[in-house]
Design a protein around this ligand. Structure first.
Ligand code: ADP
Length: 189
């Protein structure tokens, strides 16, 4: 079983690289951001709650996200593994993931930290906002999301280093080169 955490600041390329990893390793993909955007589109109760947080660039409460993730994980049958994209984003979520996997006799194989310089993140997100119209990809919300990333999410780097699951990935440059570095890190585990 491969349980991969793809990690990085907003705009670091988690979604793009996840698609490539899914194609190569045949594992399932859970993007918490995509799940939440689908809930918003379908105007569900969770979607209504999520919209308020996402538009403000804030994280949803851990318990909501953890329950949502557990339900998604249970929906996979005969899975070869999972890539977790956009989760965990807090230490509490990382602890919950560890427990959830342990209850299934599993653990995180590797945490891939896509490292991209801050100026480049900003440029990529503004461009994505112009192309896709994603509501939270505007300059003001991007700035808030980067602050949230540094205060609540970046501490996971040390947490995963302590777990012995951390791998640093150079997240800027050619897409293929980044994918190659990611695959090397996965295959080493
Ligand atoms: P990005 O990595 O570009 O910020 P995502 O699509 O992963 O984009 O997330 C978009 C938004 O969804 C986040 O800013 C946050 O509000 C919410 N969200 C996604 N994943 C989580 C999570 N694990 N915990 C709390 N909130 C989350």
């Amino acid at each position: 079983m491969l349980n991969i955490v793809i990690f990085g600041a907003p705009g670091s390329g988690k979604g793009t690289q996840s698609e490539r990893i899914v194609a190569k390793y045949g594992i399932n993909h859970i993007s918490t951001g995509d799940v939440l955007r689908a809930e918003i589109k379908n105007n569900t109760e969770l979607g209504k709650v999520a919209k308020g947080y996402i538009d403000q660039g804030q994280l949803l409460p851990d318990n909501l996200i953890v329950d949502m993730l557990a339900a998604k994980l249970d929906s996979f049958e005969e899975s070869k593994g999972v890539i977790f994209d956009g989760f965990p984003r807090t230490i509490a979520q990382a602890e919950a993931l560890k427990q959830m996997l342990a209850a299934r006799g599993q653990s995180v194989t590797v945490m891939l930290d896509l490292d991209v310089p801050e100026e480049e993140l900003m440029e990529r997100l503004i461009k994505r906002g112009q192309e896709s119209g994603r509501a939270d990809d505007n300059e003001e919300t991007i700035k808030k999301r980067l602050v949230v990333y540094h205060s609540q999410t970046a501490p996971l780097i040390d947490w995963y280093k302590q777990e012995g699951q951390y791998a640093h990935i150079h997240g800027s440059g050619r897409l293929e080169d980044i994918t190659a570095e990611i695959c090397a890190a996965i295959d080493q585990k």
